[in-house]
Design a protein around this ligand. Structure first.
Ligand SMILES: [Zn+2]
Length: 265
Protein backbone atom coordinates (compact mmCIF):
# COMPACT_ATOMS: atom_id res chain seq x y z
CA UNK A 1 0.00 0.00 0.00
CA UNK A 2 3.02 2.27 -0.35
CA UNK A 3 2.88 5.55 -2.21
CA UNK A 4 -0.82 5.85 -3.01
CA UNK A 5 -1.62 9.40 -3.94
CA UNK A 6 -3.96 11.32 -6.18
CA UNK A 7 -3.97 14.81 -7.63
CA UNK A 8 -7.63 15.50 -6.86
CA UNK A 9 -9.79 15.95 -3.78
CA UNK A 10 -11.32 13.02 -1.93
CA UNK A 11 -14.72 11.83 -3.22
CA UNK A 12 -17.98 12.11 -1.31
CA UNK A 13 -20.74 9.55 -0.79
CA UNK A 14 -23.59 8.75 1.58
CA UNK A 15 -23.49 5.47 3.40
CA UNK A 16 -24.22 4.02 6.80
CA UNK A 17 -22.55 4.01 10.20
CA UNK A 18 -23.39 1.02 12.37
CA UNK A 19 -23.32 1.92 16.05
CA UNK A 20 -24.44 0.23 19.24
CA UNK A 21 -27.94 1.29 20.30
CA UNK A 22 -29.61 0.36 23.58
CA UNK A 23 -32.94 -1.44 23.64
CA UNK A 24 -35.03 -1.97 26.78
CA UNK A 25 -33.82 -4.39 29.47
CA UNK A 26 -30.20 -3.59 28.65
CA UNK A 27 -30.25 -5.29 25.20
CA UNK A 28 -27.96 -3.79 22.61
CA UNK A 29 -28.85 -3.65 18.90
CA UNK A 30 -27.10 -2.14 15.88
CA UNK A 31 -28.39 1.28 14.82
CA UNK A 32 -27.88 2.47 11.24
CA UNK A 33 -27.44 6.17 10.57
CA UNK A 34 -27.16 7.58 7.04
CA UNK A 35 -24.34 10.12 6.83
CA UNK A 36 -22.37 11.75 4.00
CA UNK A 37 -18.68 10.85 4.10
CA UNK A 38 -15.59 11.98 2.30
CA UNK A 39 -13.42 9.08 1.24
CA UNK A 40 -10.57 7.83 -0.91
CA UNK A 41 -10.74 4.49 -2.70
CA UNK A 42 -7.70 2.25 -3.10
CA UNK A 43 -7.90 -1.30 -4.49
CA UNK A 44 -11.71 -1.21 -4.06
CA UNK A 45 -11.34 -0.37 -0.35
CA UNK A 46 -12.71 2.87 0.97
CA UNK A 47 -10.82 5.04 3.44
CA UNK A 48 -13.23 7.50 5.01
CA UNK A 49 -11.80 10.68 6.39
CA UNK A 50 -12.89 12.87 9.30
CA UNK A 51 -13.83 16.53 8.82
CA UNK A 52 -11.47 18.94 7.11
CA UNK A 53 -9.37 21.26 9.36
CA UNK A 54 -11.35 24.24 10.64
CA UNK A 55 -8.33 26.42 11.33
CA UNK A 56 -5.28 27.24 9.22
CA UNK A 57 -2.16 26.17 11.21
CA UNK A 58 -0.14 29.02 9.68
CA UNK A 59 -2.36 32.12 10.15
CA UNK A 60 -4.61 30.55 12.85
CA UNK A 61 -7.80 31.98 11.31
CA UNK A 62 -10.94 29.87 11.12
CA UNK A 63 -11.20 28.87 7.44
CA UNK A 64 -12.80 26.43 5.04
CA UNK A 65 -9.64 25.24 3.29
CA UNK A 66 -9.57 23.99 -0.28
CA UNK A 67 -8.62 20.34 -0.63
CA UNK A 68 -5.92 19.33 -3.12
CA UNK A 69 -3.95 16.13 -3.38
CA UNK A 70 -3.85 13.27 -0.84
CA UNK A 71 -1.60 10.34 -0.01
CA UNK A 72 -1.83 7.20 2.11
CA UNK A 73 1.51 7.27 3.89
CA UNK A 74 3.39 4.82 6.08
CA UNK A 75 3.87 5.74 9.73
CA UNK A 76 5.97 3.77 12.22
CA UNK A 77 3.67 4.60 15.13
CA UNK A 78 0.26 4.72 13.49
CA UNK A 79 0.32 2.19 10.64
CA UNK A 80 -1.03 3.98 7.57
CA UNK A 81 -1.92 7.63 7.89
CA UNK A 82 -3.92 9.65 5.40
CA UNK A 83 -2.29 12.97 4.47
CA UNK A 84 -4.26 15.60 2.58
CA UNK A 85 -2.88 18.87 1.23
CA UNK A 86 -5.15 21.89 1.83
CA UNK A 87 -4.90 25.52 0.71
CA UNK A 88 -5.76 28.35 3.13
CA UNK A 89 -8.26 30.55 1.20
CA UNK A 90 -7.33 33.83 2.96
CA UNK A 91 -5.73 36.37 0.60
CA UNK A 92 -3.35 37.39 3.41
CA UNK A 93 -2.14 33.80 3.81
CA UNK A 94 -2.63 31.35 0.88
CA UNK A 95 -0.30 28.81 2.49
CA UNK A 96 -0.52 25.13 1.70
CA UNK A 97 -0.59 22.77 4.66
CA UNK A 98 -1.00 19.05 5.31
CA UNK A 99 -3.78 17.62 7.47
CA UNK A 100 -2.97 14.19 8.94
CA UNK A 101 -5.57 11.52 9.74
CA UNK A 102 -5.00 8.24 11.58
CA UNK A 103 -7.09 5.07 11.80
CA UNK A 104 -9.84 5.20 14.45
CA UNK A 105 -12.76 2.77 14.53
CA UNK A 106 -13.94 3.77 18.00
CA UNK A 107 -17.05 5.52 16.61
CA UNK A 108 -18.47 2.36 15.01
CA UNK A 109 -18.03 0.54 11.70
CA UNK A 110 -18.75 2.40 8.47
CA UNK A 111 -20.41 0.28 5.80
CA UNK A 112 -20.86 0.92 2.11
CA UNK A 113 -21.66 -1.07 -1.07
CA UNK A 114 -17.94 -1.81 -1.11
CA UNK A 115 -17.92 -3.36 2.38
CA UNK A 116 -16.60 -1.89 5.60
CA UNK A 117 -14.58 1.29 5.29
CA UNK A 118 -11.62 2.30 7.39
CA UNK A 119 -12.20 5.55 9.28
CA UNK A 120 -9.40 8.10 9.63
CA UNK A 121 -9.64 10.85 12.25
CA UNK A 122 -7.92 14.25 11.96
CA UNK A 123 -5.14 14.63 14.55
CA UNK A 124 -2.80 17.40 13.35
CA UNK A 125 -2.10 19.99 10.67
CA UNK A 126 1.47 20.84 9.64
CA UNK A 127 3.53 22.95 9.28
CA UNK A 128 2.17 24.92 12.23
CA UNK A 129 3.35 28.38 13.22
CA UNK A 130 3.28 29.26 16.94
CA UNK A 131 0.47 31.64 17.89
CA UNK A 132 1.50 35.12 18.97
CA UNK A 133 0.97 35.45 22.72
CA UNK A 134 -0.90 38.64 23.62
CA UNK A 135 0.17 39.74 27.12
CA UNK A 136 -0.86 43.21 28.49
CA UNK A 137 2.05 45.67 28.32
CA UNK A 138 1.89 46.40 32.10
CA UNK A 139 2.49 42.70 32.84
CA UNK A 140 5.14 42.34 30.11
CA UNK A 141 7.01 45.34 31.57
CA UNK A 142 7.38 43.84 35.05
CA UNK A 143 8.14 40.33 33.71
CA UNK A 144 9.67 40.21 30.22
CA UNK A 145 11.05 36.76 31.13
CA UNK A 146 7.49 35.48 31.61
CA UNK A 147 6.56 36.58 28.07
CA UNK A 148 9.66 34.95 26.61
CA UNK A 149 9.25 31.64 28.47
CA UNK A 150 5.48 31.47 27.86
CA UNK A 151 6.05 32.13 24.12
CA UNK A 152 8.65 29.35 23.97
CA UNK A 153 6.29 26.94 25.78
CA UNK A 154 3.54 27.87 23.33
CA UNK A 155 5.90 27.20 20.40
CA UNK A 156 6.81 23.79 21.87
CA UNK A 157 3.11 22.96 22.17
CA UNK A 158 2.55 23.99 18.54
CA UNK A 159 5.25 21.51 17.50
CA UNK A 160 3.51 18.76 19.53
CA UNK A 161 6.24 18.76 22.21
CA UNK A 162 3.63 18.50 24.97
CA UNK A 163 5.99 17.30 27.71
CA UNK A 164 8.40 20.18 27.17
CA UNK A 165 5.55 22.67 26.83
CA UNK A 166 4.05 21.73 30.21
CA UNK A 167 7.34 22.23 32.04
CA UNK A 168 7.78 25.53 30.16
CA UNK A 169 4.35 26.84 31.22
CA UNK A 170 5.19 25.92 34.85
CA UNK A 171 8.46 27.86 34.62
CA UNK A 172 6.69 30.84 33.02
CA UNK A 173 4.21 30.96 35.93
CA UNK A 174 7.07 31.02 38.47
CA UNK A 175 8.77 33.95 36.72
CA UNK A 176 5.46 35.83 36.46
CA UNK A 177 4.67 35.42 40.16
CA UNK A 178 8.16 36.20 41.44
CA UNK A 179 8.67 39.23 39.16
CA UNK A 180 5.23 40.54 40.17
CA UNK A 181 5.96 40.13 43.90
CA UNK A 182 9.41 41.72 43.59
CA UNK A 183 7.84 44.67 41.73
CA UNK A 184 5.89 45.75 44.79
CA UNK A 185 8.09 44.29 47.56
CA UNK A 186 11.63 44.99 46.32
CA UNK A 187 12.96 44.88 49.90
CA UNK A 188 11.99 41.16 50.02
CA UNK A 189 13.62 40.31 46.70
CA UNK A 190 16.15 37.85 48.15
CA UNK A 191 13.42 35.99 50.09
CA UNK A 192 11.08 35.93 47.08
CA UNK A 193 13.83 34.60 44.81
CA UNK A 194 14.73 31.76 47.19
CA UNK A 195 11.11 30.76 48.04
CA UNK A 196 9.33 27.86 46.40
CA UNK A 197 6.59 28.96 44.00
CA UNK A 198 3.84 27.81 46.37
CA UNK A 199 5.37 29.60 49.36
CA UNK A 200 5.81 32.77 47.31
CA UNK A 201 2.17 32.72 46.21
CA UNK A 202 0.96 32.14 49.78
CA UNK A 203 3.17 34.80 51.37
CA UNK A 204 3.47 37.59 48.81
CA UNK A 205 0.60 37.63 46.27
CA UNK A 206 -1.83 40.29 47.53
CA UNK A 207 -4.73 39.91 45.06
CA UNK A 208 -7.02 37.11 46.37
CA UNK A 209 -8.15 36.24 42.83
CA UNK A 210 -4.58 36.09 41.51
CA UNK A 211 -3.64 33.95 44.51
CA UNK A 212 -6.54 31.53 43.85
CA UNK A 213 -5.62 31.08 40.18
CA UNK A 214 -1.84 31.02 40.70
CA UNK A 215 -2.10 28.36 43.43
CA UNK A 216 -4.09 26.08 41.16
CA UNK A 217 -1.80 26.87 38.23
CA UNK A 218 1.15 25.79 40.41
CA UNK A 219 -0.61 22.53 41.31
CA UNK A 220 -1.15 21.69 37.64
CA UNK A 221 2.33 22.97 36.77
CA UNK A 222 3.84 20.57 39.27
CA UNK A 223 2.02 17.74 37.52
CA UNK A 224 3.94 18.69 34.37
CA UNK A 225 7.30 18.32 36.09
CA UNK A 226 6.74 15.53 38.64
CA UNK A 227 6.76 11.76 38.13
CA UNK A 228 3.25 11.23 39.53
CA UNK A 229 0.23 13.27 38.41
CA UNK A 230 -2.22 14.49 41.06
CA UNK A 231 -4.83 16.01 38.70
CA UNK A 232 -5.49 13.35 36.07
CA UNK A 233 -8.60 15.03 34.70
CA UNK A 234 -6.75 18.29 33.95
CA UNK A 235 -4.48 19.02 31.00
CA UNK A 236 -2.35 21.72 29.38
CA UNK A 237 -5.41 23.74 28.42
CA UNK A 238 -6.46 23.98 32.08
CA UNK A 239 -2.92 25.03 33.05
CA UNK A 240 -2.90 27.75 30.37
CA UNK A 241 -6.36 28.94 31.46
CA UNK A 242 -5.12 29.35 35.04
CA UNK A 243 -1.92 31.13 33.96
CA UNK A 244 -3.84 33.56 31.73
CA UNK A 245 -6.38 34.15 34.51
CA UNK A 246 -3.45 34.94 36.83
CA UNK A 247 -2.12 37.34 34.18
CA UNK A 248 -5.50 39.08 34.03
CA UNK A 249 -5.79 39.45 37.82
CA UNK A 250 -2.20 40.70 38.07
CA UNK A 251 -2.95 43.16 35.26
CA UNK A 252 -5.99 44.44 37.19
CA UNK A 253 -3.90 44.74 40.35
CA UNK A 254 -1.15 46.68 38.55
CA UNK A 255 -3.65 49.07 36.94
CA UNK A 256 -5.47 49.61 40.24
CA UNK A 257 -2.17 50.38 41.97
CA UNK A 258 -1.26 52.82 39.20
CA UNK A 259 -4.52 54.76 39.51
CA UNK A 260 -4.31 54.78 43.32
CA UNK A 261 -0.86 56.33 42.98
CA UNK A 262 -1.81 58.82 40.22
CA UNK A 263 -5.08 59.87 41.87
CA UNK A 264 -4.68 59.64 45.66
CA UNK A 265 -7.92 59.88 47.63
ZN1 LIG B 1 -3.96 30.72 6.65
Amino acid sequence: MRGWRQNSPCAQAAFCVVMSGKLSAGLVAPVRIRVTFTYVEIHHKRYVRDREPQECPVCHFGVQPTENTWSLAESKDNGHILEIVFLCPRNECHHLFIARYRRDDSGGVTTSPHGNARFFRLYESVPAKPRLVDIPSEVATISPSFVEIYSQASAAETYSLQQVAGAGYRKALEFLIKDYCISFKPSDEALIRSSTLSACIRQFVDSPQAKTCAERGAWLGNDETHYERQWDSMDLKNLKDLILLTVNWIHSSLLTRKYEKDMPA
